[in-house]
Design a protein around this ligand. Structure first.
Ligand SMILES: Nc1ncnc2c1ncn2[C@@H]1O[C@H](COP(=O)(O)OP(=O)(O)OP(=O)(O)O)[C@@H](O)[C@H]1O
Ligand SMILES: [Mg+2]
Length: 611
């Protein structure tokens, strides 16, 4: 799936409109302002380097003229040579300085922009990540940022050199002989035009390289994050083949770029040598006839050399800037994306301590769909209540949890926490009061301790151990050679499904929030462990509002109230015994899960009841 960041769907054509793309430079403005003095120092050194380079031909001219007039003594030639060495040393020193200041600036821009992008991405919601693959985001954070870095570093330097050095060399040449200058620079426009046309072709090809890179990255990510599936379905060769094909296209796209680069330098080298030929023919004749001195002739050739690079660089600069601007527009597009769920500007941050929840005619429809997944749902959960939610798969249980955890916007109906409309307070106010165990457990490729303490990073080892005991996972962790310091691999690949769920529960318990939502958090543990957890977390849940979604009856049987959801509505609610007595769906699943033959099945998984 291609998201808004991908160029094709977003309507970002191969050649973005100049206004649209150059406008994105505003993203860099703060950095230019912040590092203005650093840049000034860098350009001052660059000017000195250029001036010294421009003076060297004058020294050579002086030496050659002295030679020609027979006035040269070894001492004078030695002095000229020594002066050139001193100038070359100064050039090297100032070159080091400008490289440090200007290229260092471009690295700083890259880092700061990357940090900004990362913080911005953290603020975006699920919808964004459903539309944009991780590969696309990775391409932005790597390839696109380096293109911006190149443009703000070498790009600016090359542009400055092209303009300053090119013009200065041109002036020195004019000073020696205007007519010869015009003859010598006659092929130069062809050089600039050629590099320009080649670099515009380069632009389109470069975009294809970037696109392919994001496909490749995404493919690697998705393959390794589903490696168990790949192996279980024996798809290693197939995936390997797909990777090779993606890689082939990536190489082909890169080769198409390299072809242009390959043509660019030899062709421009040829054109600049044409200039040299013209100088040899016409300048040589002028020197022979004494219209210019031999020193002028030598200096002229040196200036021509100095001018050729800026002319060639012009094309290169155009390419660097084009790449940089293309990438910057892509980054800008990302930075302009707003989370679909954000606090009103004036929404205050409040502390929600009691955990009383009330939903009034709460509805939710997924974007682009017509049928609501939650349909005018009324629910009252007094503070400190243990509420169970059961219901057929697809009934809307997880969607309701997402709304309660403020992961989805509340746009139809109302939701109150401690009597406050959630839309009238900041999103963080609600999120800070909720510890949520999602149905699909998310673990980081880090240590077990890190994963448990994710919501409360400064927790002591004792606290971590206590919640791990409550989630009935401590013994298994302690049995591992590295205990809590065990690294669990990508998405917790080294753990069983039940272990992952219990780590997620321990994580939520550690957060010590007034509201705990556990969405099907015990589905992967055996019934014995389930009982152990229910018993041991009871003391943690006391006094808190706890919502437990479950396909099994046992975790909700002792709840103060159990809600039966059906098609986004509350079909029934009551205590366990009330529902057993009057609700067909509930009593059916209860019967299935407690009858002797079904116990084995329930051990293996979940049974949905029939009504
Ligand atoms: N991101 C989404 N976009 C569109 N529809 C969705 C999305 N997520 C869920 N749905 C749909 O919303 C409905 C309710 O899904 P939900 O996940 O809330 O069900 P559930 O009761 O939690 O089911 P289960 O017991 O299987 O976990 C389903 O029909 C599902 O297909
Ligand atoms: Mg669900």
């Amino acid at each position: 799936m291609r998201g808004p960041l991908s160029k094709k769907k977003s309507g970002d054509s191969a050649a973005p409109s100049p206004e649209g793309s150059w406008g994105s430079i505003k993203l860099l403005k703060p950095y230019f302002k912040r590092y203005a003095s650093r840049l000034a120092g860098g350009f001052f050194s660059l000017v000195l380097v250029d001036l010294l380079q421009l003076l060297i031909p004058r020294v050579i001219k002086y030496a050659v003229d002295c030679l020609q007039k027979g006035r040269a003594e070894p001492r004078l030639l030695l002095d000229c040579g020594a002066l050139i060495v001193v100038m070359a040393l100064a050039i090297a020193a100032f070159r080091l300085i400008w490289r440090h200041l200007i290229l260092g600036f471009s690295r700083l821009v890259e880092t700061l922009l990357r940090n900004r992008m990362f913080s911005h991405l953290l603020g975006l919601d699920k919808g964004f990540f459903q539309k944009n693959t991780a590969g696309e985001v990775m391409a932005l954070a790597t390839n696109d940022l380096s293109a911006v870095q190149l443009a703000t570093g070498m790009g600016i330097v090359a542009l400055f050199d092209a303009v300053f050095m090119g013009l200065a060399a041109f002036c020195f040449m004019l000073y020696i002989d205007p007519r010869l200058t015009l003859i010598a620079v006659a092929p130069m426009p062809a050089l600039a035009l050629l590099t320009r046309s080649l670099s515009s072709r380069l632009h389109g090809r470069f975009k294809k390289v970037q696109e392919q890179f994001s496909l490749l990255t995404e493919f690697v990510r998705s393959t390794f994050s589903s490696i168990r599936l790949v192996k279980a379905y024996n798809q290693e060769d197939h995936q390997g083949g797909r990777f090779a094909r993606l890689g082939d296209t990536y190489v082909k796209n890169n080769v198409r770029v390299a072809v242009i680069y390959g043509a660019l330098f030899p062709v421009s080298g040829f054109i600049s040598n044409l200039s040299m030929l013209l100088v040899m023919i016409f300048g040589g004749r002028m020197a022979i006839r004494g219209k210019i001195t031999a020193g002028d002739f030598v200096a002229f050739i040196s200036y021509l050399f100095l001018m050729t690079w800026p002319m060639m660089a012009l094309g290169w600069v155009a390419d660097l800037f084009q790449r940089g601007i293309t990438s910057l527009s892509r980054i800008e597009k990302l930075m302009e994306m707003k989370p679909s769920l954000s606090s009103r500007k004036d929404a205050p941050a409040v502390s929600i301590d009691r955990g009383e929840i009330r939903a009034e005619k709460l509805s939710f429809t997924f974007p682009g769909q017509t049928a609501p997944v939650l349909d005018r749902l009324d629910l009252d959960i007094p503070a400190g209540t243990l509420l169970g939610i059961v219901g057929r798969t697809g009934a809307g249980k997880t969607t309701l949890c997402h709304l309660l955890a403020r992961l989805f916007p509340v746009s139809e109906g109302s939701l109150f926490f401690d009597g406050l409309d959630v839309n009238s307070v900041s999103i963080d106010s609600v999120r800070n009061s909720v510890a949520y165990v999602p149905q699909d457990v998310m673990l980081f490729s880090d240590t077990i301790a890190f994963n448990i303490a994710f919501g409360a990073p400064h927790s002591s080892g004792d606290k971590i151990e206590r919640v791990a005991r409550a989630a009935a996972i401590h013994d298994e962790i302690a049995a591992m050679p590295l205990g809590y310091e065990t690294r669990i691999g990508e998405k917790g690949i080294k753990l069983s499904g039940g272990q992952r769920q219990r780590i997620a529960i321990a994580r939520a318990l550690l957060m010590d929030k007034p509201v705990i939502i556990i969405d099907d958090g015990l589905s992967a543990v055996d019934m014995e462990t389930e009982h152990a957890i229910i018993g041991s977390i009871a003391s943690y849940l006391k006094g808190r509002t706890c919502i437990i979604v479950s396909h099994r009856i046992a975790p909700v049987a002792d709840a103060h109230r159990i809600v039966v959801m059906e098609n986004g509505k509350i079909a029934d609610q009551g205590t366990h015994s009330e529902l057993i007595a009057r609700n067909a769906f509930y009593s059916n699943i209860h019967r299935h899960q407690t009858s002797a033959p079904a116990l084995g099945a329930a051990e293996r998984g979940t049974i949905d009841g029939e009504s």
